[in-house]
Design a protein around this ligand. Structure first.
Ligand SMILES: Cc1cc2nc3c(=O)[nH]c(=O)nc-3n(C[C@H](O)[C@H](O)[C@H](O)COP(=O)(O)OP(=O)(O)OC[C@H]3O[C@@H](n4cnc5c(N)ncnc54)[C@H](O)[C@@H]3O)c2cc1C
Length: 818
């Protein structure tokens, strides 16, 4: 029998690994939720990882509403934590300044101010002089303007972490230091316990909050945590005359640097474009409360920028240059949630140098996720299930994470694509599409054509906040789809097979729509969680009595697979298999699609033989193609799922037959414009776990009228008894000089009621289109929705817009409703 040292339990409800800010915050919030039997294990001492050497800036605004809410919650928490725990935190709400030094950056900052307003944060715009009044030591000769977020602040990272630990202990959490976790036991796909240096602890939940060690710790449970350690430096000066304790934090993104007050002096750090990865062969044993050697040569580039901003630096003594490693991820967002690889294996790591700002809210969200078994809200941007195959390769992860580190402060351009680690996954058409002028974007490692350069054009995005260089080319692709036909390579779609005698029963439980229809049927459906939120949005084709083919978006491969697999009711005989790589997908869309297809297949593709929402096997040359009659662009069309080895020949046949019908290659930017006109929702922006089908206008795709039980049904029934409090609506704005990008604030009769979830230009209806939820606590009926006067705030300016009923474009009616 194993004996445990005093204080080391044999069992626990949950074991948290890591005593940095994230582990301590998770422990604190689990205790708040009433979980007492929680153990936090720290291999060395609390705060001894990245936390002890953080600069401590606490900013709040992110590009996603819920992640901003998490950071906002951190501020609320830090504001009262000292009072609650008796442990000082060094929290100061001095506000945060952000400078803009050129017109494009000023546009970005003004758009951020609107985003902040959309998300309920007040961000003021200041002139250069007003900014200087708040931060007198800076030179503002190049400053165009600034934004000020009065509720941003700074904190002492170690103290706030110790306060969270104290609060957690008070709530019953046991914290054990000098106790490394050496193994995580997983049995039958679920966590069973951990082995520490001092013995075994049986538990069903492990929370990996191991910071830059999280990747290593993840592998103990077979869980991939894609992050790398990168050196990050900041300088601490001696006291400077004129620096007040109340000085706001300052971010100067055009110079890639940030500042905060510390003991009458300044802390200055930044994000250099050529970051240095650390510990590529593993983090050295015994690395605790440790720093790396200062690298003045590397820091010089930031120092030069800082001198230009704060000339007083020239004569100021430097106390020290801190060089600390921190974890960075391939998309700049942190990693949260239950891992798809093992039930009960949770992760909270990869904080990209904003773990102090994020720690409070992330710990709360993670605790709620653990207790509730589902994310407490839509946390998709940070959800561990957003990763996929390329993220298994540490080389790929390193390249992309370093690129993102270098872009921490650079302009976040609309439609921006990243360059590193490409190409990684390509469809069989890649070479042909490249030769045809494709400008590719990347998703989950896949190269996907965004648009096609026309004769003489460079297949390269030129970014700006105005209309970008691809605007006209995408217009042509859009019109081809509306007026003739367009061919889209959608091979990156995730594709699954659900097979087994109980496959229909399992999917009947998981799907909100009725999928138990005859072989040959194709059903568009959502999959809901127990609150009625939309977890997946996909199509299900019945191949046989006991086999279904499921197609979903490229980026949702891991998430949707995991959602479906985990929700197969116990005891049902159904297996889910990922068949993504077996099929290339060519989507042939447009009024001439049938003319083209009938020329290259002997099979009957008439409306009678092959109606909408059906799938058929058809022959094209030597290929047996699974043709799905469905559309995301609002035109007659087929998704042709072609065995990969036949993809190129089918593509060539389509192109040859399509020539006389005006068939054009088209890309994802055209799809976006087409689907906006037709009112099709996009998961991850218009719809997601925060929205139910009735709120999203998708009630028609739910089988509530049947008696069939399904996941989420009860929540929808309960929702039916109450008025809806938010509804997705379509807005148009005619001025072509305004560019809608999403996140613009919606005003109804002068009051803020929501923000745009997605937006773009509709080339057929020739107007800006935006979708967004209109919210009203007292309920929303048609009268409320359609009777208001609406405006959109775009880059802080209000512009009148119109609310529209239904889709703007309908090919059957051949009419445009505006
Ligand atoms: C120079 C620098 C400046 C920064 N400035 C800021 C800032 O201004 N604002 C901001 O918000 N963020 C900032 N950060 C980022 C911030 O420090 C981190 O994001 C944050 O501390 C991460 O906290 P964590 O709990 O995830 O990780 P950590 O603090 O690293 O904690 C992880 C813990 O896990 C423990 N552990 C690892 N393996 C095991 C194991 N097997 N068993 C048990 N325990 C284990 C480690 O010992 C460690 O204590 C900065 C970072 C650096 C490097």
């Amino acid at each position: 029998m194993t004996t445990h040292p005093p204080g080391h339990p044999a069992t626990a409800r949950a074991v948290i690994i890591g005593g940095g800010i994230v582990g301590c915050s998770t422990a604190f919030h689990l205790a708040k939720l009433g979980w007492r039997d929680v153990v936090l294990l720290e291999r060395a001492k609390l705060t001894s990882g990245s936390t002890f050497h953080a600069a401590g800036l606490v900013g709040q605004l992110r590009s996603n509403a819920n992640i901003t809410q998490l950071l906002k919650y951190s501020v609320e928490l830090y504001d009262k934590l000292e009072e609650e725990t008796g442990q000082a935190t060094g929290w100061k709400m001095n506000g945060g300044l952000r400078l803009a030094c050129n017109e494009e950056r000023w546009t970005e900052v003004r758009r951020q101010a609107t985003t902040a307003r959309s998300f309920g944060l007040e961000m003021e715009l200041l002139s250069a002089k007003e900014a200087q009044d708040l931060w007198p030591l800076m030179d503002v000769s190049d400053v165009v303007g600034a934004a000020f977020l009065p509720t941003d602040g700074q904190v002492n990272p170690s103290d706030v972490t110790l306060a969270l630990a104290k609060g957690a202990r008070k709530g019953g959490v046991r914290i054990i230091e000098d106790c490394p976790v050496e193994a995580i036991h997983v049995r039958d796909g679920r966590v069973a316990g951990v082995r520490t240096a001092h013995g075994e602890i049986a538990c069903e939940i492990v929370v990996n909050c191991a910071g830059q060690w999280a990747r290593e710790v993840g592998t103990l449970a077979g869980v991939n945590v894609p992050l790398i350690a990168v050196q990050h430096q900041y300088m601490v000066t001696e006291a400077i005359d004129g620096i007040e304790r109340t000085l706001p934090t300052l971010r100067d993104p055009d110079r890639l640097i940030y500042f905060k007050e510390e003991v009458g002096g300044l802390v200055m750090g930044g994000y250099e474009p050529n970051p240095i990865p650390w510990a590529q062969d593993g983090i050295p044993e015994g690395f605790a409360f440790s720093l790396l050697d200062p690298d003045w040569d590397h820091f010089e580039q930031l120092m030069t920028q800082a001198l230009a901003r704060v000339p007083a630096f020239e004569h100021v003594g430097v106390k020290e240059l801190i060089n600390g490693p921190e974890s960075f991820t391939p998309d700049g967002n942190f990693i949260l949630g239950e891992a798809p690889e093992a039930k009960g294996a949770y992760v909270g790591a990869g904080f990209n140098a904003y773990g102090i700002a994020g720690g409070g809210g992330a710990g709360k969200a993670l605790a709620e996720w653990i207790v509730g078994g589902e994310p407490p809200m839509d946390l998709w941007p940070v959800d561990i299930r957003r990763f996929g195959r390329p993220h298994r390769s540490i080389d790929w992860v390193r390249k992309r994470s370093l690129e993102l580190y270098g872009k921490h402060y650079t302009m976040a351009w609309p439609h921006e694509e990243h360059a590193s680690g490409r190409p990684e996954r390509v469809s069989p058409l890649y070479g042909a599409l490249k030769a045809a002028g494709a400008c590719f974007g990347e998703k989950l490692g896949w190269e996907r054509p965004n648009w096609f350069a026309r004769n003489g054009e460079d297949a390269k995005d030129v970014y700006s906040y105005g209309r970008q260089n691809w605007f006209a080319a995408v217009g042509e692709e859009h019109r081809a789809a509306r007026e003739a036909a367009a061919l889209f390579d959608q091979s990156s779609f995730a594709k699954f097979l659900m097979v087994g005698p109980d496959a229909a029963a399992a999917l009947t439980w998981i799907c909100a729509n009725d999928i138990d229809r005859p072989v040959g049927s194709l059903v568009y459906t959502q999959m809901l969680d127990s609150s009625g939120g939309i977890q997946c949005d996909l199509t299900v084709a019945r191949l046989r009595e006991d086999a279904f083919y499921i197609v979903t978006g490229t980026g949702f491969a891991t998430h949707d697979f995991s959602w479906i697999e985990r929700n197969i009711p116990d005891g049902l005989r159904a297996e889910l298999v990922d068949v993504t790589s077996a099929f290339a997908t060519l989507s042939l869309m447009g009024p001439r699609a049938r003319d083209i297809l009938s020329q290259i297949t002997p099979d009957d593709v008439s409306n009678e033989a092959f109606p909408f929402a059906k799938w058929r096997e058809i022959a094209i040359g030597g290929a047996i193609v699974r043709a799905l009659r469905i559309t995301y662009v609002g035109e007659l069309g087929w998704e042709l799922h072609v065995p990969t080895e036949h993809a190129l020949s089918v593509y060539q046949r389509l192109l040859a037959a399509g020539k006389e019908h005006g068939l054009a290659n088209a890309g994802y930017r055209a799809i976006e414009s087409l689907r906006l006109e037709k009112g099709y929702r996009a998961w991850g922006s218009d719809i997601g776990p925060d929205h139910s089908p009735p709120e999203a206008g998708l009630g028609w795709a739910v089988k509530l009228k049947t008696n069939l039980p399904f996941l989420g049904r009860e929540a929808l029934m309960a929702q039916k008894a109450e008025p809806l409090r938010k509804r997705l609506a379509c807005f148009t704005l005619d001025d072509p000089n305004v560019v809608l990008l999403g996140r613009e604030t919606i005003y109804r009769n002068g009051e803020r009621v929501g923000w745009l979830t997605s937006a773009g230009w509709g080339y057929t209806v020739e107007t800006n289109i935006g979708y967004g939820y209109v919210r009203n606590g007292a309920g929303i009926d048609d009268a409320y929705l359609y009777d208001g006067d609406y405006e959109l705030e775009v880059a802080t300016e209000r512009v009148p817009c119109r609310i529209q009923r239904g889709a703007l474009y309908d090919p059957k009616m051949q009419k445009v409703k505006i």
